[in-house]
Design a binder for this molecule. Sequence first.
Ligand code: FAD
Ligand code: AMP
Length: 476
Amino acid sequence: MSNKKFDVVVIGAGPAGYVAAIRCAQLGMTVACVDEWQNKGEPTLGGTCLNVGCIPSKALLESSQLFAASRNDFPEHGINVKSVSIDVKAMNARKDKIVNELTQGINNLFKINKITRVHGHARLSPGKTVKVSDRGSPQTRETLEADNIIIATGSSAVRLERAAIMDGYIFDSAGALEFDSVPKTLGVIGAGAIGLELGSVWSRLGSEVVLLEAMETFLPAADRHISRAAFRSFQQQGLDIRLNARLLSTSVKQKKVHVTYEDTRGAQQIKFDKLVVAVGRKPNSDFLFGDEMGLEIDEREYIHVNKYCETSVPGIYAIGDVVRGPMLAHKGSEEGVMVAERIAGQESAVNYELIPSVIYTHPEVAWVGKSEHACNTAGIPVNVGAFPLAASGRAKAMGATDGMVKIVVHQETDRILGVHICGAQASELIAQAVSSMEMGASAEDIAMTVFAHPTLSESIHEAALAVHKRAIHIKN
Ligand code: FAD
Ligand code: AMP
């Protein structure tokens, strides 16, 4: 057993932790990063995002979208393909290769930045000490001391007792990225971002997918026009989304998952070949420290931090999914950069008002800032402008006319308060809204900007023009 001293020890090598570690190293600090993740028995960096989250899900979304397009859209383009079939093993191999390349890339970045990589389970001890053991073992293998500790332990899928994970039948989101064949029928509990993305993958590949969502509102965090447009689109493409549907019980009989749920009409029954539970994620704050550390945890198990990610103990910070705010990779990464820079004495901050949310369905859904409804509730006077993609030449040429762009601005100042998109490439389009809003742009600023033609981006221009009833390609 060895004792080592570092300027910073980061616990967790997901997008929050590995980015924090790299930025600390760039700023001249000595850094160790402890992580316990294993992929098929091999220690791997990148956390949830790279191993079982953002990246593998996007790889499968890409494959499945190509498959669906080849079946549904190619004929209209005059492209005749005799028979199209999906090789799930090859699709998974491609996904695994992408994951391996990216996780290996982080390993290389750690080497370049001279970050000490420690594999194992970390536990905090008083005096800014981190004890590392093998998962499940009470034995400390290594002790690290630090001037500063950054906790970036992430989150895990919420489990439901009523739908306990069962090999071959009931899966969490990670399991749903590993199916070895396309289930004929697939149930998904939870129609949030993860449920919708995973449901989309298998639906495009041919599964009959039913999503059971407990809430009566679809995507309540999104602007209502956008969530309605997305709901219509998803239903049309065959995703059967049942709102107000609360799971009561599950059982496996005759190789089927039998699900009982309750909706406004009473108890309903349905059976599936496979069931995915995607009901949210909870912070990984347990087994990390004892009461003697003096770290505060809130009632939902998030480590309590202020806006600078400082915990109740000086010199100990927490970032990413383990603290309040949206559970998104880019939010955690920005917190990692902020904390590293603050440790180095800089005045960095994260603008929590402008963290974009994206759902990578088809069409995609993306937004930043406030919805019209949230402004109304808060008594903020707003003007709105919307532009349907059906009126965009580029969207027509792409065969992607579902959806719209909507801009919400302050009635008095014209400053943009929110941009909401349902449509192809919304994940890319939203970045220009974030940049504009970061710079305090008004609808008029966007209206005066030249957008290349024909692009989907023109829809943002037209929506900004529509705020003042001067959009060109629609009736105002
Ligand atoms: P994590 O990525 O969870 O990493 C935490 C790391 O800490 C892990 O490696 C874990 O092993 C390690 N750890 C935990 N406790 C200890 C300990 N005691 N000792 C040592 N190591 C420990 N977000 C997006 O922004 N875009 C998306 O498209 C997106 N898609 C997603 C799709 C799916 C299916 C899922 C499940 C999530 C998705 N997310 C997405 C969410 C995203 O993955 C998380 O927000 C992000 O990974 C959080 O980063 P993090 O660094 O806080 O935690
Ligand atoms: P997210 O938090 O965005 O990943 O979404 C998870 C979704 O699961 C939310 O929309 C929840 O309302 C939904 N949910 C949570 N518990 C249940 C349940 N028991 N049955 C159906 N849906 C649920």
